[in-house]
Write a protein that binds this ligand. Structure first.
Ligand SMILES: [Zn+2]
Length: 445
């Protein structure tokens, strides 16, 4: 520990007072049984959802819908002045101070740079080892250097495949969508280029067989374990039934130009969503669907409700497709609980591990775990929030909060006589590790 100057000590005390005023963390931790907490701390997890960065400079293959251009309000737990970031610096980088003064931040940046330089290509694996994660699913446009299997597994993005027509009217719906649609169009052109196609095929049948299926097959060959829809950023999740004839007519009318109406485009997208989900199931890939109350000042929370997916979940043609409600629906967690009754629907806790307190997340988990413990998975949504807030820090915070919340929920269940101590340990292992291992066939005990 370095010698601290008086000015620093003042900051140190202020920081400690701030910590002392955070009852959610300390009270939450004391609510959990200490032996169960220690058991949970030792489980090497599978992280169902993250945005891990590769070590490529600039890492341009990361997020399909990078949110840099979209304004949104950060909730308190995600703000840079939240003490949890300081805790993460101390844990990961042995940061010795209890403040983030300019001079200390300079030292912190130097040690962050030196770790990433010394680790080189191993830096992402170093992160997994430091946050207790054995296998991490990385949601990316493509994998990259530093993210090798089997520790890192790929989850691709497939929304672009829903959007083969002009997106002008869809993009005009909100300021957020105006920024996001061009990013999907860019990925769509990349998918065509990967297939050596200069243009969108003229018929729906050929679009399905020469673009969608080959793209999904090539993702699977590249090790993809799931495909991800971020559709809630772009439209509502009400992917209804659509007849092939109606979808074909719309596709053929506009595939070479012209502006579909919103209703026409929705019908085509509904059809394509179910086609992609069916193909993903056939190829052994799960379907991940973003469902949360964020991000974006003009994001439509109403359209992100997992209940809107019920008709797709019920489609007999999709019975071999496993769906995962990513972020557990957030504010709609009870609706997610209702969807868990369906045999092919799962949920993860990602992002709730960052945006909610452990006590609040524990309430969510409690509801799910009393009914379907085999359908619930740990996830972090680890992502880089800024220059001093790389994905390793949100991975650490998520791991800590997720494990704390799980310990609280299971402790409450033991104390209420709902589960035995042994069963609580089993459930903890399932949630953190074996449920995901089974779903993605990772072969972990
Ligand atoms: Zn995410």
């Amino acid at each position: 520990m370095r010698v601290q100057k008086p000015a620093t000590l003042v900051l140190y005390c202020a920081a400690m007072l701030a910590c002392a005023s955070l009852p959610t963390v300390s009270a939450a931790q004391s609510r959990a049984d200490s032996a169960l907490t220690a058991f949970i701390a030792k489980i090497r997890s599978v992280d169902n959802h993250s945005h891990a960065n590769s070590v490529a400079p600039g890492d341009s293959d990361a997020d399909a819908l990078a949110l840099d251009g979209i304004p949104f309000e950060l909730p308190v737990p995600l703000r840079p002045d939240n003490p949890v970031w300081l805790e993460a610096y101390r844990a990961l980088y042995r940061y010795p101070y209890a403040d983030l003064s300019g001079a200390h931040m300079k030292m912190l940046r130097a040690s962050m740079q030196s770790v990433s330089k010394n680790q080189g290509d191993n830096f992402p694996t170093w992160i997994l080892d430091h946050v207790g994660t054995e296998v991490l699913l990385a949601n990316r446009m493509a994998m990259g250097p530093g993210l090798p299997a089997p520790r890192f597994r790929w989850v691709s993005y497939v929304d672009a495949l829903l959007l083969p027509l002009s997106n002008k009217a869809e993009a005009a719906v909100s300021p957020d969508r105006e920024k996001l649609y061009p990013l999907e169009e860019k990925l769509f052109r990349r998918y065509l280029a990967d297939l050596k196609l200069a243009n969108t095929p003229a018929t729906l049948a050929s679009y399905l067989t020469t673009v969608i299926t080959p793209t999904l097959e090539s993702q699977r060959r590249a090790g993809c374990v799931a495909v991800k829809f971020e559709a809630a950023y772009l439209r509502a999740l009400d992917f209804g039934e659509a007849s092939p004839a109606a979808a074909s007519a719309i596709y053929e009318k506009y595939s070479q130009g012209g502006e579909p109406t919103h209703a026409e485009y929705k019908t085509l997208q509904d059809f394509l969503f179910r086609y992609i989900a069916r193909e993903a199931g056939r190829l052994g890939m799960a379907v991940h669907i973003h469902s949360f109350e964020a991000f974006g000042n003009t994001y439509s929370v109403t359209g992100a409700d997992p209940l809107l997916l019920e008709s797709a979940f019920n489609d007999p043609a999709l019975s071999k497709t496993n769906f995962v409600i990513i972020h557990g629906g957030g504010i709609f967690a009870s609706h997610t609980a209702a969807m868990l009754w369906k045999p092919n629907v799962y949920a993860d806790m990602s992002m709730m591990t960052l945006a909610y307190t452990p006590a609040r997340l524990a309430e969510v988990l409690r509801g799910w775990l009393t009914q379907y413990p085999e359908k619930v998975m740990f996830g972090s949504d680890a992502f880089g929030l800024g220059p001093d807030m790389g994905w390793e820090l949100s991975a650490w915070i998520s791991a800590k909060n997720g494990r704390t919340a799980l310990a609280i929920a299971l402790t409450d269940m033991i104390r209420n006589g709902e589960v035995s101590r042994t069963r609580a340990e089993e459930i903890a292992t399932m949630v953190l590790r074996t449920n995901a291992s089974k779903l993605y066939d990772l072969g972990l005990d």
